[in-house]
Design a protein around this ligand. Structure first.
Ligand code: HAM
Length: 415
């Protein structure tokens, strides 16, 4: 028997209410904030990600699903949405539109990770990207969207972690200080951090090994090395978040796992211990568009893992409205009645009434049991008598009361 590949899952009908509910909340908040939907392709040229996300990152080094297609092109299943959206922005001349261009997406993403609760090899993301403006008010808007989105889902008890990691002017100074600090502790570092020290020093701050914690905690902080412009940008952002009454914690260790970030980085996490990591991650990427061949274009965005939202909705027992289902079941007895039932079901559906029709040759009792199991409100029964008289029996499944009505009356009743 085949099974879904490890780290992937089927979204069964019983789960669909969560997905539709979330999609509706996404569309709603994005429309309110002027973000328009974009759907990039599932795969892109590999180079887009190696350049965009960065060579030293876990995603590019270990997690990408990359293959050569039959035309000899190197292709990667998208591990994230930001680089594809920036590629689309450049390819379709969106830089000629009034800036910032505000886009959102709901996409599947692929990362070869070790699967566990909340971590999959295919997952879905809701993301927003605002491209073409460096105003810290835009950072605040983007964070506010994520925050309000969670509130609209009744997900509270969240913590917003914030940091600024500077720009290409001030980051080198900070990295020098960080490396100097770590060089003094080289012997005590875990094997991964020894590699990070040379390849991707910012990621040193992300190490979870207990042996490295003291070194991380005493490490220099990026916010102490910001140039005046980055410093003002960060101060203004914090001011706007206070204005919006969004509580935040400046987390000097927050650096994010993708290389394109500049200045603002943030994550939103459940406050409860043991929760499966970040719900939302994002930040500024003021140099990415230029890296991909465009003019210098500041931008900011975030992405939220939809499976993680659902895990949290379930954990917090948040009520999700069920999806609408047909409330009328048509039962029939005999060949002529079946013909009538087929016609009637089609006509009622055309008029907008949801119908489930009995199939097969079950007894009336078995058909009504099926109707009961499906939880429909009404059953319409057509037997020999009803065929002859052009009527139907109309049964209220809750009270088991039944009466005979004409076909014309039935349509009116169901409306
Ligand atoms: P990211 O932090 O890699 O950022 O992913 C965003 C969110 O996707 C995470 O916070 C998490 O909820 C979810 N996620 C990530 N990996 C997995 C996984 N293996 N299984 C389940 N959920 C996962 C980005 O992807 C950036 N593109 C975000 C961004 C947009 N930055 C600027 N604009």
């Amino acid at each position: 028997m085949y099974r879904a590949p490890r780290g992937t899952s089927d979204i069964l009908p019983e789960e669909q209410a969560y997905w539709r509910y979330i999609e509706q909340k996404v569309a709603n908040i994005c429309q309110l904030c002027g973000y328009e939907r974009i759907d990039p392709p599932t795969f892109e040229d590999t180079g887009l990600f190696t350049r965009g996300i960065g060579q030293g990152t876990d995603i590019v080094e270990k997690e990408m699903y990359t293959f050569t297609d039959k035309g000899g092109n190197k292709i990667t299943l998208r591990p994230e949405g930001t680089a594809p959206v920036c590629r689309a922005y450049l390819e379709h001349g969106l830089h000629n539109l009034p800036q910032p261009v505000k886009l959102y997406y709901i996409i599947s993403t692929f990362r070869y990770e070790r699967p566990q609760a909340g971590r999959y090899r295919q997952h879905y993301q809701f993301g927003c990207e605002a491209i073409g403006d460096d105003d810290p008010a835009l950072d605040a808007e983007v964070i506010d969207i994520a925050w309000q989105f969670f509130l609209s889902l009744n997900l509270r008890h969240l913590s917003l972690q914030l940091n600024s990691i500077g720009c290409k002017q001030c980051r080198p100074g900070y990295l020098r200080a960080l490396k100097d600090h770590y060089a003094n502790h080289r012997e005590e570092l875990c094997a991964d951090c020894k590699i990070r020290l040379n390849r991707n020093p910012l990621r040193l701050l992300d190490c979870k090994r207990s042996s490295c914690q003291q070194i991380v905690n005493s490490a220099p902080r990026s916010t102490d090395y910001l140039c005046p412009q980055c410093d003002i940008h960060f101060k203004r952002l914090k001011g706007y978040l206070k204005l919006l009454e969004i509580p935040f914690t400046v987390n000097h260790r927050l650096v994010r796992g993708l290389d394109y970030y500049t200045r603002t980085v943030f994550e939103i996490q459940p406050r409860a211990a043991g929760a499966q990591g970040s719900l939302c991650g994002g930040g500024r990427y003021d140099e990415l568009i230029e890296e991909l061949g465009g003019k210098p274009t500041p931008a900011i965005g975030f992405a939220i893992g939809i499976e993680r939202i659902i895990l949290n909705l379930k954990k917090r027992k948040v009520f999700i409205p069920p999806l609408p289902r047909p409330q009328v079941f048509i039962a029939h007895i005999g060949d002529e009645a079946r013909d009538e039932a087929i016609k009637l079901a089609s006509r009622l559906r055309q008029a907008g009434t949801g119908i489930i029709m009995a199939t097969g040759n079950k007894s009336l009792k078995a058909q009504l049991r099926q109707a009961n199991n499906l939880g429909v409100r009404y059953a319409v029964i057509i037997g020999e008598e009803e065929v002859k008289s052009g009527t139907v029996s109309f049964r209220d499944m809750t009270t088991a009361q039944q009466r005979t009505v004409t076909r014309g009356e039935l349509a009116g009743l169901l409306k």
